[in-house]
Design a protein around this ligand. Structure first.
Ligand code: URA
Length: 429
């Protein structure tokens, strides 16, 4: 086979065969196909799209370029969960122990944050001593013993995706739904679970900015998962505003702990309970929302969270005695208007938290695990003049808190209209 013929075929709008797609990915992963030819193929995909069969072939060819996690030693149906990224997204921290509290094993690999989206692994590392790097054997052993483990994604998973994603990033070929779908699903499939819940976020703080694209991405991934034998369900969730009331690593751990202790905002509790109901159902366990919410209040999910922290070397006592850490500086931003919050730019709030130290602008940036943002008012809530809207927590002496306060005021709009929003917008099976 010759790469030039494959590029030409794709450029002319024809579907590649399984043998061609497998060859293409294989040769790229082993360095035989140069980046310039691979980028021409990716750009041809941007204009011509891919058939369902091509997307499935591409995904499985990518899976084969790296390590595949074998979870077969763990009894029962293993369910994974993935979010396409949000601001203040602490779902996994609460959902994983909640699902595990019903006896459904959660063996999850998560990522680090970049830009305005946080990463579960960074958040977990804000717990003193918590280890996110484990051998595959230790990971499986822990899930067998206590039913839960969340670790960092192995570097050896889906080698082709690492190369292709870096190439797409610099060739204007990231925003191509078949390539996003195969990139995400290849990692989920290689991670070994039997069923997958996908949280496709939509809104200013998300990858997908509108419902049409979110629906298409969700349906493409659901079809793909089901085509390769993994039961897959997607929920489309509203990321017009940050999730919950904090953005920042330790702050989000503290908020998650509070939900697991029976507190937190009712909206966040309800949202996580709805996700848990779908995840449990994928594992063949049917539970009412009331029963699921009960495990958030009665300490059952909290007990799983604590067990996981201890098993991975984390200091539970330190977390329970001082869930939030002070920073050197803080700035409270108050409202200059009265009314209801009607819009909230999640992207702007996420980028501000990043500048305060909670996120990375580039991969090599160090994090300030204690920095971030507290949010006192969300869409639909009333506010008076002089009432606190936000509190920025930071340690950097050169952070321009006055300028950033204005950024936050500009990120929301206040009017006389009371708007209601619901986190789960649509479920796609
Ligand atoms: N996340 C991924 O893992 N891959 C993409 O292509 C886009 C988002």
């Amino acid at each position: 086979m010759r790469m030039i013929d494959i590029i030409q075929k794709k450029r002319d709008g024809l579907a590649l065969t399984k043998a061609e797609t497998t060859w293409l990915i294989d040769q790229y992963a082993t360095g035989e196909i140069p980046d310039y030819q691979m980028s021409a193929w990716a750009m041809a995909v941007y204009f011509q799209g891919m058939t369902k069969a091509e997307i499935a072939d591409l995904t499985m060819a990518m899976v084969a370029t790296g390590e595949q996690i074998d979870l077969s030693e763990i009894p029962g149906i293993k369910v994974d969960k993935h979010s396409t990224g949000g601001v203040g997204d602490k779902v996994t921290l609460i959902l994983a122990p909640l699902v595990a509290s019903f006896g459904v094993a959660v063996a999850k690999m998560s990522g680090r944050g970049l830009g305005h989206t946080g990463g579960t692994i960074d958040k977990l590392e804000s717990i003193h001593g918590f280890q996110v790097e484990r051998t595959q054997a230790d990971f499986v052993q822990q899930v067998k013993a206590i039913g839960i483990s969340v670790i960092g994604q192995s570097d050896d998973l889906v080698k082709a995706d690492k190369l292709l994603y870096a190439l797409r990033d610099v060739t204007a070929t990231v925003d191509i739904i078949p390539l996003i779908a195969s990139s995400i699903m290849s990692k989920k499939i290689a991670a070994g679970s039997d069923a997958i819940l996908l949280d496709v976020t939509v809104g200013s703080g998300a990858f997908m900015k509108n419902m049409t694209d979110a629906r298409l991405l969700a349906q493409t991934m659901v079809d793909l998962g089901n085509a390769v034998g993994r039961k897959t369900v997607a929920v489309i969730t509203d990321m017009r505003q940050p999730l919950g009331t904090t953005i920042g690593n330790r702050l989000e751990i503290a908020e998650s702990l509070s939900v697991l202790q029976g507190g937190g905002s009712p909206e966040l509790r309800q949202f996580i309970a709805e996700l848990a109901q779908i995840m449990l159902s994928l594992a063949g366990v049917e539970k009412s929302l009331a029963a699921i919410l009960e495990n958030l209040s009665n300490g059952a999910a909290l007990a799983k969270f604590k067990q996981m922290i201890t098993a991975q070397g984390g200091d539970v006592n330190e977390l329970l005695t001082s869930p939030e850490h002070d920073t050197r500086f803080s700035k409270t931003v108050v409202s200059t208007q009265a009314g209801y919050i009607t819009s909230f730019d999640a992207l702007s709030a996420g980028l501000l938290a990043m500048r305060a130290g909670a996120g990375r602008a580039v991969k090599s940036d160090a994090l300030d695990l204690d920095a971030g943002l507290r949010i006192f008012k969300k869409i639909g809530e009333p506010v008076e003049i002089g009432e606190p809207l936000f509190e920025i927590l930071y340690n950097k002496a050169d952070f321009d808190a006055d300028k950033e306060s204005q950024v936050l005021r500009d990120a929301i709009s206040i009017s006389d209209d009371k708007i209601e929003i619901k986190e789960i917008v649509e479920i796609i099976k």
